[in-house]
Design a protein around this ligand. Structure first.
Ligand SMILES: C[S@@+](CC[C@H](N)C(=O)[O-])C[C@H]1O[C@@H](n2cnc3c(N)ncnc32)[C@H](O)[C@@H]1O
Length: 353
């Protein structure tokens, strides 16, 4: 028998439990309201002053209005933060203002001038840094001779970023290419992009960051470049979760990417000029049907010698035979250095679309 003194608290606790379950389960499920006990996926986002804020999860991400949400079999998938494709006028003004506020005037135009700015630092060249790394293995390191502490041991040559000088052009130019191509095709995170000859991902990194996982594909022939991409660039930029699909190959064989895949953008940055014309044509023939009808574009940089070397109307005719047409020539400037790049745009012809 429960004594009278105990029955009142038990009754009280029981009613509290019933009320709790009612608020937790019944109300949210039947009235589609936020639960106080768990997070209803439909209430994950809250629109606040034009910004969508994600609650919960490991990271709370504040996103711009461009945030995209995809409904898939009744599930809402939340994408990562979407970065803007190019800097706005306000961004440029902001950085100029920061330089001024911090009294960072015109940069010196001689090497001596640059070196005179050094205070309390011990700059090393890449070669010296590599030597230090090999000799001293960094300031603090394990002596037991195993790599057990490092999940992805990276060669010193990559750690000192030797590969950033692979192409003789500033590494920063990769961002310019991304911004030009991305804005030309009005790129969206859900688009599919193929790069032919992505090298060390100088350009590709920016696409990979921007696009949904596995939406960046690349065929690259050079082992050293692929090593740099997988062993250094992707992990050091925190982009492993983007699972880009990158294959080694040099014969324009795109079958590994799947048969029904169509791309919103296919580009070759400083690649076709290094290839035999015949191989470029083989590639174009295989790619024509992989271009998304109407929207899809092929962009080729520097020159289209594979085309201009042909006589008269032959190039246009050959393109037509593949269901492609030339759209036009573009140039874009660099944000950081005095440089412009030339691009040639192609699309599926009406008959090929
Ligand atoms: C000048 S690099 C440009 C790399 C990268 N697109 C960029 O803009 O930073 C040219 C790249 O094309 C690759 N390449 C050349 N011929 C190729 C082929 N037949 N198939 C795949 N990649 C090729 C080279 O290995 C090299 O990585």
């Amino acid at each position: 028998m429960v004594s009278k003194a105990l029955s009142v608290p038990i009754l009280f606790a029981g009613s509290a439990l019933v009320l709790f379950l009612f608020l937790c389960l019944f109300v949210p499920v039947f009235f589609d309201l936020p639960s106080i006990c768990y997070t209803n996926p439909r209430n994950l986002n809250r629109v606040d002053n034009g910004q969508i804020q994600f609650q919960g999860g490991i990271n709370s991400i504040t996103q711009s209005k461009e945030y995209s949400e995809r409904e898939n079999h009744g599930e809402i998938q939340f994408q990562g933060a979407i970065e803007p494709i190019g800097p706005s006028r306000e961004d440029i003004e902001w950085v100029k203002d920061q330089l001024q506020r911090n009294s960072l005037g015109e940069p010196p135009n001689t090497t001596e001038g640059w070196h005179a700015l050094r205070k309390g630092i011990n700059p090393r060249t890449r070669a010296q840094q590599l030597e230090d790394l090999t000799k001293f293995k960094g300031i603090s390191h394990y002596e037991d001779g195993t790599n057990d502490h490092t999940a992805l041991p990276c060669p010193g040559e990559l750690l000192v970023e030797e590969h950033h000088s692979n192409y003789g052009e500033p590494w920063a130019g990769g961002r310019d290419v991304f911004e030009f191509l991305g804005s030309s095709v009005k790129l969206k995170p859900g688009d599919l992009v193929l790069e032919i000859g992505c090298g060390t991902l100088r350009v590709g990194l920016h696409f990979i960051r921007y696009l949904d996982p596995s939406h960046f594909h690349c065929l690259e022939r050079d082992e050293l470049s692929l090593m740099a991409a997988f062993r250094y660039e992707l992990p050091s930029h925190g982009l492993l979760h983007k699972r880009p699909i990158i294959f080694k190959g040099e014969d324009m064989d795109f079958s590994g990417f799947g048969s029904g895949v169509t791309y919103d953008l296919i580009y070759a940055s400083a690649v076709f000029l290094h290839m035999p014309d015949a191989l470029v044509w083989v590639g174009l023939e295989r790619l024509a049907s992989r271009l998304r009808p109407y929207k899809g574009r092929i962009f080729v940089s520097h020159n289209i010698k594979f085309c201009t070397r042909l006589r008269g109307e032959e190039c246009a005719q050959r393109l037509k035979g593949l269901g492609l047409e030339y759209v036009g020539k573009h140039t874009h400037d660099s944000l950081l250095f005095n440089h412009y790049e030339i691009w040639f745009e192609f699309r599926r012809s009406e008959s090929g679309a």
